[in-house]
Design a protein around this ligand. Structure first.
Ligand code: NAD
Length: 435
């Protein structure tokens, strides 16, 4: 079967490459010419473990193609996935302009039956809106259908997540559409992946409900951590004991600087905005958004307090700029907020990240020095801040760091170290929620 995926970003390219790996003929389309040129040469324009190798292998075996022309790809495909970006607007609502633009292009190039599937994260009603736009732009009244198939992959483990998902959600209205989508995912049946097959609105709703719930769990444990800091309790023990309760579960109970990235911040805002618009405000999600923002700010405050109240004129080393490890994505990363905020308060920032340097160098302004590795970063700094939990930062040589730092202060915003281990090396240790 020939399919195409429009939008060859973090989610779309993984989707396309993985479907090709399933044996389908896939064309990944993007309007970004530079991206497509790179992909045609076997170069993945962002960092995702294992992806480049998978892209090259499937391209070499004649199953994966790249194009900038939506029309051509649509004409050659039975199924068209829309996986373009759905960023936030100023007011928190979703900017659907890329989805609308693609829907128009699909409509204009329709030449027979196609199944158009929204994979981008979109508010309830968007897939139906896509259907309307396609119909309005069709040359002739061709029969086509729309469906929703939200994506749950996580950057950093995207291939594994796509290949072994917890579930696949399909929202469709006809047996034919359901059958086509089930067929596409047939390799996952063999590994007994649960399929939730439902209507389109429910499918669209599921994606936002999941992200809002995960964001809520993070904000909840961060609030517990802040209270632990105040009363001298250890949030790790609290989280462990909570997680052992099977009704709660241990996942997503890791305190830290707050959530970031390309999904949770924009999706919680979009969900809250959408719900307000339809007159059913999500009080919990609204407060999760506020709590998270406060958590980012709290990290800056924590740093200031650790340095005696003032960062102006101080040199600070910050490790980790991406919103999580194993990606180069810095979109809404708390580490970027923290680095920028400290720089704007007069700190001289020295920063390092294993994969996010190029992206970070485009956004960080002010007195920021981009270093090549953790020890160079620490040189002469009045504190070391660990902002993202890359494996590379999990076994730092504290004896060496002690000789390099101007003051032996460690702010471990991801709680990757045992406080005692760092303190025993003569450091002042500040974690999140560790009393
Ligand atoms: P991205 O910004 O990495 O990629 C989007 C791509 O779409 C870009 O390459 C852009 O050039 C392209 N594009 C935009 N308009 C286009 C057009 N008119 N024609 C062709 N291409 C166009 O975004 P992403 O992170 O891959 O996210 C895409 C969607 O998937 C979003 O809705 C997001 O919420 C959802 N999603 C993302 C993830 C993730 O981890 N990144 C996970 C699940 C779902």
């Amino acid at each position: 079967m020939n399919i195409c995926v429009i939008g060859a970003g973090y989610a779309g390219l993984v989707t396309g490459a993985c479907f090709a790996e399933f044996g389908l003929k896939v064309t990944c389309v993007d309007k970004d010419k530079e991206k497509i040129t790179k992909l045609k040469k076997g170069k993945v324009p962002f960092f995702e473990p294992g992806l480049e190798e998978m892209v090259r292998r499937n391209a070499a075996q004649g199953r994966l193609f790249f194009d900038t022309d939506v029309g051509r790809a649509v004409k050659n495909s039975l199924v068209v996935f829309i996986c373009v970006g759905t960023p936030s607007k100023e007011d928190g609502s979703v900017d659907l302009s890329a989805v609308d633009e693609v829907a128009k292009q699909i409509g204009a190039s329709l030449d027979g039956y196609k199944l158009i599937v929204t994979k981008s994260t979109v508010p309830v009603g968007t897939t139906k809106r896509v259907e309307r736009i396609i119909r309005e732009n069709c040359q002739e009244p061709y029969h086509f259908e729309v469906a929703s198939n939200p994506e749950f992959l996580r950057e950093g483990s995207a291939i594994e997540d796509f290949m072994r998902p917890n579930r696949v959600v399909i929202g469709a209205e006809s047996d034919q559409a359901r059958a086509i989508l089930k067929d596409l995912y047939s390799p996952l049946y063999l590994i007994e992946t649960p399929f939730v097959v439902t209507d389109i609105q429910t499918s669209e709703m599921i994606k936002y409900a999941c992200n809002a719930f995960l964001a809520t769990k993070i904000s909840f444990i961060n609030e517990m951590a802040n209270l632990c800091d105040k009363v001298g309790a250890d949030v790790h023990q609290v989280a462990r004991a909570m997680g052992l309760d099977q009704r709660i579960g241990p996942k997503f109970l890791h305190p830290g600087p707050g959530f970031g990235g390309s999904c949770f911040p924009k999706d919680t805002r979009a969900f809250a905005h959408f719900a307000r618009e339809v007159g059913v405000p999500l009080e919990l999600v609204e407060s999760v958004i506020r709590v998270n923002r406060r958590q980012w700010e709290r990290m800056v405050q924590k740093t200031e307090e650790a340095l005696g109240g003032v960062v102006k004129g101080k040199t600070l080393a910050l490790l980790g700029l991406t919103y999580k490890p194993n990606t180069d994505d810095i979109r809404e990363a708390p580490s970027i907020f923290i680095a920028q905020e400290l720089a704007s308060r007069g700190a001289r920032m020295r920063v390092y990240d294993p994969a996010g340097m190029e992206n970070a160098s485009k956004v960080l302004k002010g007195d920021v020095v981009f270093c090549k590795e953790p020890y160079e970063t620490a040189s002469g700094a009045h504190a070391l801040i660990i902002a993202t939990e890359w494996n590379e930062f999990r076994n730092l040589d504290f004896d060496r760091l002690k000789g390099l730092l101007a003051d032996p202060v460690v702010l471990d915003l991801r709680n990757i170290y045992e406080p005692r281990r760092v303190q025993d090396k003569g450091f002042r240790y500040v974690g999140v929620g560790r009393g």
